[in-house]
Design a protein around this ligand. Structure first.
Ligand code: ATP
Ligand code: MG
Length: 369
C-alpha cells in the first residue's frame, strides 16, 4: 500500500480501505440518494454525513472489541444523534440497546436496577442480557449526577467499577453480581449548567471521542437533503427553493451567533445546531395543499426564523437588528424582498388549529382576534 498520506484535506478525512489497499475519503461511504422515512417523527431523522459515518465506524469498532466509548462535545454537536445512529446500525439479532438518560437525581442503585432489569439471571451471580444478545448501554448526559459529600458521583463510580471488575454487588446480600456481555457508551457535554467535571479515574476507562460542530457542508447536507426530499411533491417554483432556503438559514444562523452574544442580562442568547434544526422541523410541516406559491412558502420560512431566533431576543435594539438582518439575507439569497412579503414588518403567524384538515397554514391576524 502507498504509505504517503493524501495531500488534500486532513488525515481525519480518510480511512484505510483494506480491500483496495489505499486511503479512501469518508464521503465515499455516503450514498447520494439517501431518503428519510416520511412517517418517522422529526427527531428520529438522522441524515448520514461524513461525521456520522466516521464516528459510527469508530464507535462500533470500539464497542465490538469491548472498549467503553465516551462521546464528548459542546451542546448540540450531535452526540446523542451519533449514539442513536450507531445503535440503529447495529445488527439487532446480535445486539439489544438500553438507553438511559442520566440526570442529577440518578442514583447508583437506580442505575444498577435499570441495567439489571434488562438482564436475565443465569445464576445468582451471573446476569446476561435478555435473548442471549450483547447489550449496548448508552448513558446520555453522563456527567449530570450530583456530587456527594466526598466529591464523587456514585452512579459513575458504579460504572467505573463495572468496567474494571465486571461486577457489582447485590445490595441486600453483598454477593458479587457479574453482568456480562454488556458494552458501555456514554455522552456528555462540557461542565457547567448542572453538568459536573467527572473524575479523571472514571474518564480514563473510556475511549474518548470529541465531536466538533459540523462544518457548513455537513449542515448543508443534513438539512438540504431533508428539505429537498420534502419539496419533491410541491409545485415547481417551490421545489427549486430548497438550496437557497438552506443556505439562507445557515447564513442567518452564522450572523446571529456572531452578533447576539450571551451577556449577564441576556444569558439565554445561546444558539446551536438545534435551532437550525427547529427551523427545518417547521418547514417540514408544510403541505403542498396550502403552500402553492413561492411567496407562501417563503412566509412560512420567515415565520420559522422569527419563532426560533427573533422570539428569543429581548430588547428593541436586537429585534430591530434581526429585521435588518432578514432584509439583508433576503437580498443575498432570494429574488424577492422581505418587505414585499411582510409589508408591515410583522412576521406571519402559522398554526395548524384553524383548518379542519390540520394544515400548518398562514393565519389571518384579524380572524385570530
Ligand atoms: N446527522 C444528523 N442528521 C439529522 N439531524 C442531526 C444530525 N446531527 C445533528 N442533528 C441535529 O442536531 C441537533 C443536535 O444534535 P444532538 O441532540 O445529537 O446534540 P447533542 O450533542 O446530544 O446535544 P446536547 O449536548 O444538548 O445533548 C438535533 O436537533 C439533531 O436533530
Ligand atoms: Mg444529547
Amino acid at each position: 500500500m502507498d504509505s504517503s498520506f493524501p495531500i488534500k484535506d486532513t488525515i481525519y478525512d480518510y480511512y484505510v480501505d483494506p480491500g483496495q489497499r489505499c486511503f479512501m475519503p469518508w464521503d465515499a461511504k455516503l450514498s447520494d440518494n439517501w431518503k428519510y422515512n416520511e412517517n418517522e417523527p422529526f427527531y428520529k431523522i438522522i441524515v448520514p454525513t461524513v461525521d456520522t459515518v466516521r464516528y459510527e465506524y469508530l464507535v462500533s469498532k470500539m464497542l465490538q472489541d469491548g472498549y467503553p466509548v465516551l462521546l464528548v462535545g459542546n451542546v448540540g454537536t450531535g452526540k446523542t444523534s451519533t449514539a442513536v445512529s450507531v445503535m440503529e446500525s447495529c445488527d439487532n439479532t446480535k445486539y439489544t440497546v438500553l438507553s438511559i438518560n442520566i440526570s442529577a437525581q440518578t442514583t447508583a442503585a437506580g442505575l444498577q436496577e435499570s441495567i439489571e432489569n434488562r438482564t436475565e439471571k443465569r445464576t445468582k451471580t451471573h446476569f446476561v442480557p435478555i435473548g442471549g444478545k450483547r447489550m449496548i448501554c448508552f448513558m446520555d448526559d453522563f456527567n449530570m449526577p450530583a456530587k456527594d459529600t466526598y466529591g464523587s458521583q456514585p452512579p459513575l463510580e458504579l460504572i467505573r467499577q463495572w468496567i474494571d471488575y465486571k461486577y457489582w454487588f447485590n445490595r441486600r446480600t453483598q454477593q458479587k453480581i457479574y453482568v456480562v456481555n454488556a458494552l458501555v457508551m456514554a455522552g456528555m457535554g462540557p461542565p457547567g449548567g448542572g453538568r459536573q467535571e467527572i473524575s479523571s479515574r472514571t474518564m480514563s476507562r473510556f475511549y474518548l471521542l470529541n465531536l466538533t460542530f459540523p462544518t457548513e457542508t455537513v449542515i448543508m447536507r443534513i438539512f438540504g437533503s431533508m428539505l429537498k426530499q420534502k419539496l419533491l411533491i410541491f409545485s415547481n417554483e417551490i421545489r427549486e427553493m430548497w438550496h437557497s432556503i438552506t443556505a439562507a438559514t445557515i447564513n442567518l444562523y452564522n450572523d446571529v451567533i456572531v452578533r447576539m452574544l450571551p451577556t449577564p442580562t441576556k444569558s439565554h442568547y445561546l444558539f446551536n445546531l438545534r435551532d437550525i434544526s427547529k427551523v427545518f422541523q417547521g418547514l417540514l410541516r408544510a403541505s403542498s395543499e396550502s403552500q402553492v406559491k413561492k411567496a407562501q412558502f417563503l412566509r412560512l420560512w420567515i415565520h420559522e426564523c422569527f419563532r426560533v431566533f427573533s422570539d428569543r431576543l429581548v430588547d428593541d435594539f436586537d429585534l430591530g437588528w434581526f429585521l435588518d438582518e432578514m432584509n439583508a439575507v433576503f437580498g443575498r439569497y432570494m429574488e424577492v424582498t422581505f418587505h414585499s412579503l411582510c409589508p408591515n414588518k410583522m412576521s406571519p403567524i402559522f398554526g395548524d388549529f384553524m383548518s379542519m384538515q390540520g394544515y400548518y397554514e398562514d393565519l389571518d391576524f384579524a380572524k385570530l382576534r
